[in-house]
Write a protein that binds this ligand. Structure first.
Ligand SMILES: Cc1cc2nc3c(=O)[nH]c(=O)nc-3n(C[C@H](O)[C@H](O)[C@H](O)COP(=O)(O)OP(=O)(O)OC[C@H]3O[C@@H](n4cnc5c(N)ncnc54)[C@H](O)[C@@H]3O)c2cc1C
Length: 451
């Protein structure tokens, strides 16, 4: 999330600062407070009529933005809150993956599920119920959450789990921060693997082959995804590169047992916003490279899990207008034909997505959690007026296919479509009405979707 100190405005006691979502398109002004363990909470709750818990602002759209309210970020010690002996650990919600993973690695543990960004915090991962490239086999982040410490709107701190306050627990996993401030999380861990993984790269020549190959690779590999060349000028739109990775189990004595300290790469060079030509050449080059190098090889885990971290701040290439990521879930029942129809719709729209990734998804958790059995298709589009119209058509198509859009990436959905996409919305709203009847917790996303 970026903010500009040069553009401060004032509202009585609080200073509102313009803030942008990670993709740079959604913007809103809010004040900011950090919440330390010693607690300045009552003071914060007193001075503002609406507030929103936030992490590091890696949501692409407006999920972590507040219009006129206070964004509250819990602050932790940077250390684990308990030992990891029995395979669980208490961690602060403010801890980013970039700090958590190395600390777990030293102790021989790791997380079963990680999203593709290192600065996501534990609280943000809970609130988005994030998924990785292994969703088909491991489910989402929420599966490894045992207990949450949550501050409710009246300032009361509660612990919730599958046994205690189960409704609040379920609603908070994937609940986009709208049930309270998560301050600490008890996580179930898995034994860590080697810091390298065995990875097979398979280039494909058209959409049919891309989808069929992903089907097979997703079953055979723990971690899988398909990058798709959908430049409209491409000779073969729909051709792709499928990546399938398997982790390598290790013992502490083994030579391959190295510590894992993933970090972001250098700053992205200043380049023009990718237009049709740049996307065409980039995709052509990427596909050619995969054809030349396709084989089984050993990759550092960060290359498999966090490929976008190869460069820091790459999203700035889309400045000043920003970009959108449309991430939809096409359900199993709709079949691969619906995935193909989604691509046809993009083709008709006449705008090339700059990046397209497909992942296979398994059982979901319900509530507002995004994952469900099927395929998730993520497409980045540089912002422009025609893009908004195209995204509207993609949203409509997704709902008609029985699918849904990922709220942590969304910037364009309407309240009406949202209601049709998430069948458990009613039970989520019951909890939301109970814990926050006065709607003290508000985000731009919640306002837009009438949550
Ligand atoms: C490059 C990139 C790759 C990504 N890849 C993936 C991926 O592979 N899979 C995936 O699922 N997601 C992915 N994401 C999305 C990202 O994982 C989520 O948006 C995540 O929530 C970001 O965490 P954050 O700490 O930055 O939270 P923020 O963006 O700050 O907030 C996200 C939501 O969480 C809530 N929240 C944050 N902290 C708390 C808290 N302490 N208590 C209660 N609510 C809180 C906020 O209110 C907001 O609704 C990616 C994002 C980027 C930028």
């Amino acid at each position: 999330m970026t903010s500009s100190d040069s553009n401060l405005i004032s509202d009585n006691n609080r200073r509102l600062v313009p803030v942008r979502g990670w993709a740079g398109y959604c913007r809103a002004s809010s004040s900011f407070r950090s919440l330390s363990a010693k607690g300045s909470l009552q003071e914060i709750l007193h001075e503002t009529s609406s507030w929103l818990p936030v992490g590091n602002g890696c949501s692409y759209g407006d999920a972590a933005l507040s219009a006129g309210g206070t964004r509250i970020q819990p602050v932790g010690s940077g250390q684990l809150h308990s030992d990891t002996k029995n395979g669980t650990v208490w961690v602060s919600a403010s801890m980013p993956l970039s700090e958590l993973l190395p600390q777990l690695s030293i102790r021989g543990w790791t997380l079963p599920v990680v999203p593709g960004v290192l600065s996501a915090t534990v609280g943000g991962m809970v609130a988005s119920d994030v998924h990785g490239k292994n969703h088909l086999h491991r489910g989402s982040f929420g599966n490894s959450v045992e207990t949450l410490e949550l501050i409710l709107t009246d300032g009361q701190k509660i612990k919730c789990s599958r046994e205690t306050e189960p409704d609040i627990f379920r609603a908070t996993l994937g609940g986009m921060g709208l049930t309270g401030i998560v301050t600490s999380v008890l996580l179930r861990l898995v034994r860590r693997s080697a810091a390298i993984a065995e990875v097979a790269v398979t280039p494909t020549e058209d959409l049919e082959q891309t989808l069929q190959t992903l089907e097979k690779v997703a079953v055979d590999s723990e971690h899988s995804s398909a990058w798709v060349d959908f430049s409209l000028k491409s000779q073969n739109p729909g051709r792709g590169v499928i990546t399938g990775g398997n982790l390598i189990p290790v013992s502490e004595e083994s030579e391959t047992y190295q510590l894992w300290q993933p970090c972001s790469g250098p700053e992205f060079p200043p380049l023009p916003t990718p237009g049709e030509k740049l996307v065409f050449w980039h995709n052509r080059f990427y596909h050619l490279l995969a054809r030349r190098t396709s084989r089984v090889s050993y990759w550092p885990l960060e290359k498999l899990f966090f490929p976008l971290e190869a460069w820091s701040s790459w999203q700035k290439v889309y400045e000043p207008a920003g970009f959108h990521q449309h991430q939809s879930l096409i359900p199993e029942e709709a079949g691969l034909s619906a995935v193909k129809s989604l691509f046809q719709l993009v083709s008709k729209g006449g705008i090339s997505p700059t990046l397209v990734v497909i992942k296979r998804m398994g059982e979901g958790r319900g509530g507002l959690s995004f994952p469900a059995p099927g395929w998730t298709v993520s497409m980045d589009f540089a912002h422009g007026p025609e893009v908004l119209a195209l995204l509207g058509r993609l949203n409509q198509f997704t709902v008609e296919a029985g699918g849904r859009v990922y709220l942590s990436k969304d910037s364009t959905l309407s309240a009406e479509l949202m209601r049709q996409m998430y069948p458990d919305l009613g039970s989520f709203m019951e909890v939301r009405n109970r814990v926050d009847p006065q709607r003290r917790i508000r985000s731009c996303l919640a306002d837009r979707l009438e949550l």
